[in-house]
Design a protein around this ligand. Sequence first.
Ligand SMILES: Cc1cc2nc3c(=O)[nH]c(=O)nc-3n(C[C@H](O)[C@H](O)[C@H](O)COP(=O)(O)O)c2cc1C
Length: 214
Amino acid sequence: MKSILINASPRRTWNTAQLVREAQKGAESVGAQTEYIDLYDLRFTGCRSCLACKRKDAERCRCYWNDDLPPLIDRIFKADAVILGSPIYLGEPTAQFRALYERLIFCALSYDGGPAYFRGKVNAGLIYTMNCPREFYDSTYVPAFRNTERTFGSFLHGTVQTYAACGTQQVNDYGQYSMGRFNEAERKAHREKQFPLDLEACFRMGAELSRPAE
Ligand SMILES: Cc1cc2nc3c(=O)[nH]c(=O)nc-3n(C[C@H](O)[C@H](O)[C@H](O)COP(=O)(O)O)c2cc1C
């Protein structure tokens, strides 16, 4: 089993990265070979609509735009699981998450009216981290993100799991920033109690999505 773990936060060691690293440990605990990527280290854009992937002579599920993304897209289609972590920025996963999502899914999508081009199966894990409380995530973000989950499921044909870490600690010292909306003591207490549970959940996700089928 091969699992690809992707941190779609620009911060290499913060909340999202820590959870994705834990999912990597989970994947390795069941014997998967893993690859971890900080997505912001790659140079790429969203889909350029070159339509090279839709040419009659194109190799299917291949992105032809020449930047850092096509080799990663190739490896995702060959993997058994891909786990993507993203902070929520203005109610959505990050721009880099979105750019990868556009490129990955579009080159598997058929304009011929037939089924999607990808015939294999890749499990997908989505880890979101955010400032807002769980109640806001449940009422507002869950319905908004459903389409992304469905798309991963219908194009990659695997199991899709989502995990949300809410009320994350955004900075070490709130006193240094104009962030009066947040109560530092409450944030830190929440992190101490909740974040270990978030780590455990992401470890489980990594293991479950990377376990060989019985
Ligand atoms: C540009 C920007 C926009 C943000 N927008 C939201 C938002 O809409 N909702 C939310 O709950 N948190 C929002 N946040 C907070 C982050 O999602 C949260 O702190 C996240 O855990 C950061 O992940 P990281 O520590 O891995 O970088 C935003 C942060 C930034 C920098």
